[in-house]
Design a protein. Structure first.
Length: 172
């Protein structure tokens, strides 16, 4: 849910101000929630700190050099980190997805679980490449629209295709 709101905040700040201001706003958004969860619940939310650092570093570099390409590269770097994680899971026969689904009493066999890992590796690897293609060949406005609307739709489409192909639904 925090990620959806961060996209909305990014989108609003981008259209009111510019991409660097939007990135700084997102940095403080993630920092606020990192501190909030730490104080309120005593929970260390690593992903919030990770996103804050990414936005702060790439936003800061973009601000210093007055070039938004560093912000655009951040998206590819995050996708490539995710792809490496899923490749790691594939080689070590661990499935984050399967482990998460077991908490909800849904079991996947190891073949499907490994297939999910390699599938997600390929998706995130290609999304990183697609991001750079859009970043270098289209305006920043188009890149932001693609980032905010296009990427979630593409990810949803791939998830839908995967489950449509690999989940058996039995008629009563």
């Amino acid at each position: 849910m925090l990620s959806i709101f961060s996209l909305v905040i990014f989108f609003i700040f981008f259209y009111i101000f510019n991409i660097i201001t939007a990135t700084i706003a997102i940095s403080f958004y993630y920092l606020f929630f990192f501190i909030f969860f730490k104080i309120k619940n005593g929970v260390f939310r690593f992903e919030l700190l990770f996103y804050f650092i990414l936005f702060f570093v790439f936003g800061g570099i973009s601000f210093v050099f007055n070039n938004d390409i560093f912000i655009k590269w951040k998206v590819s770097i995050v996708y490539w980190i995710l792809s490496i994680v899923f490749l790691f899971f594939y080689f070590f026969k661990y499935s984050f997805i399967s482990t998460h689904l077991k908490k909800h009493n849904i079991n996947l066999n190891k073949v499907v679980s490994n297939y999910i890992n390699i599938y997600l590796f390929l998706i995130f690897l290609n999304l990183g490449l697609l991001n750079l293609y859009v970043a270098y060949n289209f305006s920043t406005k188009i890149w932001v629209m693609f980032k905010v609307v296009g990427f979630p739709l593409i990810i949803f489409m791939f998830i839908f295709i995967f489950f449509f192909r690999h989940i058996d639904v039995k008629d009563d």
